[in-house]
Write a protein that binds this ligand. Sequence first.
Ligand code: SFD
Ligand code: AMP
Length: 642
Amino acid sequence: MEQFETVEMSTDLLIIGGGMSACGAAVEAVHWAKDRNIKVLLVDKAAMDRSGAVAMGLSAINTYLGVGKEGGNSPEEFVDYVVNDQMGVIRQDLVYDIGRHVDSSVHLFEKWGLPIWKDEEGNYVHEGRWQIMINGESYKFIVAEAAKNALGMDNILERVFIVKLLMDEKRPNTIAGAVGFSVRENQFYVIKAKAIIMCCGGAVHIFRPRSVGEGMGRTWYPPWNAGSNYAMIAQVGGKLTQMESRFIPTRFKDGYGPVGAWFLLFKSRATNAFGENYIETRVEEIKPWEPYASHKPVPTPLRNHQMILEMVEGKGPVYMRTEEAIANLAAEYKDDPKMFKKKLKELESEAWEDFLDMTISQALLWAATNIQPEKQSSEIQASEPYFIGSHASCSGAWCSGPADIAPDEYKWGYDGDKSVTYNRMTTVNGLFAAGDGCGGNAHKFSSGSHTEGRIAAKAAIKYILNHNEEPAIDMSKADEWKAEIYKPLKTYEEGKSLTVTDDINPNYILPKMFLFRLNKIMDEYVGGTSYWFATNEKMLEKGLEYLEMLKEDSEKLGARDLHELMRAWENYHRLWTAEAHLRHVLYRQETRYPGYLYRSDYKGLDEENWLAFTISRYNPETGEWEMSKVPVIDIFGVIGKK
Ligand code: SFD
Ligand code: AMP
């Protein structure tokens, strides 16, 4: 323990994470903090230039409304879209809040240097109604630069992994700080803070991925999003919502290339192996999920359901008809051979750029398997489940909404005084969440997550001004926390000489083996890809039993170096996320999201009982999980609207 120096730090606002929402939080927080003598510190487990989901870049910004522009959308229309895509269970106050502010984040990105595609009149080129095209290979770098400029490097800790949050010793249910360690240097951090914004992204590798063995690590969402948001918020008693809302993205097979550009920009069809368009041929099969089934566009889970039926009935592979889409788009120029050739080349290069900007592995896979998108179709498939509160799913913390829109049930302030509410504050005082971490609020994507970081930061500064008290943390416990965090290193050192191969040992379990076990339990009992996303009460109860045993074994996690120590704690966060997920799946007794999750024992939609948010709270005093539900309030009257 002596070799690890304890670094004690103190700040007013602590931003945990350095991704899209954290960068938004940083820029906004500094704006409100700078003339008020308020300190802001950001801690990222990686390097901000390329950390988080946008590391590889993106080819589109999926949330842009164009409010007030010709042909633009209103925030109310955005609410209608999101609520119905997500089968009704959405916090309309939070979505509206994103809708009314998101354009300004996009305009900032452009000001900071992000190239956005423009047409001849200088308007943004839309991929679809809500999506605009970008040259986004350096998207994260550009957004991070603005955050770094705002904060200054002295107020940023990179490569420091936050393991757990600390609660105030004097004030009940109030946040006071966090502890973590450097993954490069022998430094252990205790950080005191008056408010914290959780910006740690979603969770990947909770379920066994389709890519195993030599393909391990290739996933759609980034493998380093390890559920830190959900785990750390739950551990201190913060309420989580919609943790059953996992996301099953339809992706190009094996390379995980996104499909949005193909469906929306290239107007491609997807068909089964016999050329049948399942969106048209399987209309009847989604009817049990009315009123949502008739909404346009068809909700994402229902589109997935139609595709999954093709596979289950033996009509796969399912193909994205890229060659047909390119031919259709070029056909307009068929009477002018020169223009036709030029257009074909242009479309070909756009097809490759889409992946080179965002999912390079898909472009590599195309090259490696001799795919020429203008000549042949590519397989698509339903991926393994992910947890992401910012895409077409909404797992995350139960957060307070905007004072002017949120009904009383959805907003709270210090001591429950509804006249002083803090937007995006969790149910723990002073603890805020944004991006993938804020639940019940889907379709934020990169721009909406940045926006939510900004919203949370403004509220967190207000909270600090109203509660400007020193956090009460008992520093005499620092050595205890330190021993707990570095324990996997010690466990490994003490046990390593007992076996010749160090990945199999009776005294410890290495993070990779731990991960494999978690993945197996979740896949087989909680409805992973092997089971086509289906499970039932009995399976879930069995799965929970095995998770409990894994929890016991987490005490024996071993790590060979600092990097592996991070892997150990990431997997511990995954375990908590997995348990929260399982408990929510068990609680919601219906199949609201076919295509994402099937309860074999409750096959249909049950609007009467389950048009509600599922809420879980881990009680730190008793160690028990408490489940409850909160009714959905249709603030804008959009549920089931055609
Ligand atoms: O089409 C700790 N996303 C897309 N968004 C778009 O707008 N357009 C697209 O085209 C998108 N596509 C897409 C997308 C993502 C990926 C991976 C691909 C394609 C291949 C979604 C967005 O990226 C997503 O909505 C946002 O990035 C979410 O933002 P945020 O802030 O919630 O998460 P983050 O950016 O991943 O950042 C997480 C940060 O936390 C750090 N971290 N730091 C300290 N301690 C810990 N314990 C920590 N745990 C995590 C991370 O290092 C990181 O900085 S399309 O396919 O959908
Ligand atoms: P994806 O590439 O699947 O992440 O999708 C990018 C964006 O396009 C998201 O906003 C999706 O909701 C949207 N999208 C993808 N496919 C479709 C589709 N077939 N119909 C309507 N919207 C879609």
